[in-house]
Design a protein around this ligand. Structure first.
Ligand code: SF4
Length: 607
């Protein structure tokens, strides 16, 4: 096997309880690297257009890449995919940090493929190359933190053990439940946790000590030194940079001042109280320390503590920028301590914070418009700006308690149920993240075209349009945005197949990634070839979505964002111009009506 790979896939059949070691195909690794790309290829090889999200044949795949666990900055990551998402109806996909990815590799596998449905709750244990399924009815019902502590305590080496698991959200098949690892890291989007819950798989425990050798250690050392120098001198990723100092919440004031901080379910795009929930305020009031994923020099994680008051929560982590927006401005809530607590609850219950916040915000608008009968709410005061009601809505959702059963539908089905589909701010059924696309044209095009729906990290256009990295683009302009969106989407597909952290791309570009990956694997990689590999991954995912029946008609934004101008704030009057950009995007992609042509698929080696 080339450097950077163990060369082994663990295939777990929960129907029969059989575990098999399969060899990793070298040609497949050359074409798709690992992580997202490799996971998608494995799904494609068993693809069924009539797949249902909770079908036993829905594959759930945990995949590392050749960079994972190597001495490469930000390589503590892995990617999870499933054949069909319960939230979007697309292929499901999510990425997480922590230490689980490297520990899986050190335990002796590149990839774990899970198929079937267990008769009773189980967990999967992979310790030093040996895998087994363990019956675990006693763990069903536990929160993510409790089960993590319990399984770590059963390990001979708790400090070298990592647990990926679901909470009650996944068990209760909430379509936006995530998979948690190391307590605070989440593969949050597209409902991967619900797929895991449907399989009755509570957790995957990994521990091992076998490092994987790179193909050319000397060359890797040289390339890593160059990358580290760039990360250190970069104003975002460096030791005094925004990410380390303030975490991702450094964006709160920046985005609000750009007039793009979604407020009150995207009815507005400026929140006057934003500074009360900013990264700067988090540092001042609740930060107790910083932490990072395995092998990361950036260290963007927050350790936080709310010692007293109605929203007291001790020794927790976070919240990230997206979470602050979702429960903060988007629900009209300004109290930062309540947002720290909301984040903690979602981590315990295993819920995606963006979709949970977006669904509560949608419900708040439905209440404001008088569309939800009082008796349905059972005394919940779901009004914009009410932090206690927002927190109550989270636990009610996780357990489908009372009105929580409606919230557990997600905002799309909720808004349809109460006769106002326009109140769901989603793309392909997934709630939009923390950037109003009306004043940031490229991020809107990215949301509309992202294969997994409302997704900011598919092609993070905020980097050039707001942060000016690698160069500053006018956020209001539409010119060149299709080209930029495509490059960033394909770059991200390559990053998620490597697997390294997207945040490293504030400082690094294709040549640094290609150089490090070539040194690790020995593959003939350069910037163009790596970008082409990313394009292959993007197109393969799109092809499978097309086979599920998705096409141009799903590549749209909610009407609120293309037809209702921003009502106030710095971006007053702006609307998204996605309809004007989409044809150019398709033409540059080699797609017709949202579908890759035969020629494009052949060119990429897919067909
Ligand atoms: S930058 Fe942050 S999220 Fe990314 S690997 Fe480092 S600590 Fe993890």
């Amino acid at each position: 096997m080339p450097g950077g790979y163990v060369g082994k896939i663990l295939d777990v059949d929960l129907d029969s309880g059989e575990l098999k070691d399969l060899p990793l195909d070298e040609e497949m690794a050359r074409m798709y690297l690992g992580g997202k790309g490799l996971g998608l290829k494995l799904i494609y090889d068993e693809f069924r257009a009539d797949m249902q999200p909770f079908d036993p044949d829905n594959l759930l795949i945990f995949a590392t890449g050749p960079a994972t666990g190597e001495k490469i900055p930000t390589s503590g990551r892995y990617h999870i995919v499933c054949s069909k998402s319960p939230q979007t109806g697309t292929v499901g996909s999510g990425n997480a940090g922590g230490k689980w990815g490297p520990y899986l590799k050190f335990a002796g596998y590149d990839v774990v493929v899970v198929r079937g449905i267990s008769r009773e709750p189980v967990y999967l244990e992979i310790i030093e190359g040996k895998a087994r399924l363990v019956p675990a009815p006693e763990l069903w019902g536990m929160t993510a933190h409790s089960v993590t502590d319990e399984l770590a305590s059963r390990s001979e080496n708790p400090k070298k053990t990592s647990v990926a698991c679901i909470g009650p959200g996944g068990e209760n098949l909430i379509p936006f439940a995530g998979i948690m690892n190391d307590k605070y890291r989440t593969a949050g989007r597209t409902g991967l946790g619900a797929v895991m819950g449907s399989k009755k798989l509570k957790a995957v425990v990994v521990s091992g000590s076998k490092r994987v050798e790179p193909a050319d250690p000397e060359l890797l050392k040289e390339k890593v030194a160059e990358a580290m120098a760039k990360i250190k001198e970069n104003p975002v990723t460096g030791p005094k940079g925004g990410l380390h100092t303030y975490g991702t919440a450094v964006l709160v004031n920046i985005i609000n001042e750009s007039g793009a901080y979604p407020t009150r379910n995207f009815q507005e795009a400026y929140f006057p109280d934003a500074n009360e929930q900013s990264g700067e305020t988090l540092v001042e009031k609740y930060l107790t320390g910083r932490g990072g994923c395995w092998g990361c020099p950036i260290v963007c994680g927050r350790k936080s503590d709310v010692p007293d008051g109605p929203f007291s929560i001790r020794d927790t982590e976070g919240p990230e920028y997206e979470t602050i927006f979702a429960f903060g401005a988007n629900c009209g809530v300004k109290e930062l301590d309540a947002l720290v607590k909301a984040n903690h609850l979602c981590d315990e219950f295993g819920l995606d914070t963006i979709s949970m916040g977006g669904t509560i915000a949608c419900a708040m608008e439905l209440v404001e418009r008088g569309l939800i009968p009082e008796e349905k709410l059972q005394n919940m005061t779901l009004r914009f700006g009410d932090p206690a009601a927002m927190l109550e809505a989270i636990w009610r959702t996780a357990y489908k308690a009372g009105f929580g059963a409606d919230l557990a539908l997600g905002s799309k089905a909720l808004a349809e149920k109460y006769g106002a589909p326009e109140c769901s701010i989603t793309v392909k059924g997934m709630e939009l993240p923390a950037y109003d696309p009306r004043p940031i044209q490229g991020i809107g095009l990215n949301y509309a075209t992202a294969n997994r729906g409302g997704d900011h990290v598919y092609g993070y256009m905020i980097s050039p349009e707001i942060l000016g990295l690698p160069e500053k683009l006018d956020p209001y302009a539409v010119e060149d945005k299709p080209k930029w969106t495509i490059i960033l989407q394909d770059l991200t597909s390559a990053i998620n197949s490597s697997v390294v952290c997207l945040f490293s791309s504030f400082a690094l570009g294709l040549s640094e990634y290609a150089g490090m990956l070539a040194a690790v694997t020995g593959f003939d990689l350069d910037p163009d070839k790596l970008l082409k590999l990313g394009e292959r991954v993007t197109n393969l995912e799109r092809l499978m979505n097309n086979m599920y029946g998705l096409d141009r008609k799903e590549d749209i934004l909610p009407k609120r964002l293309t037809e209702e101008p921003v009502p106030s704030g710095p971006a007053k009057g702006q609307v998204s111009h996605v309809p004007e950009m989409i044809n150019e995007y398709y033409a540059l992609r080699g797609w017709v009506d949202g579908k890759p042509t035969e020629e494009k698929l052949k060119e990429l080696g897919i067909a």
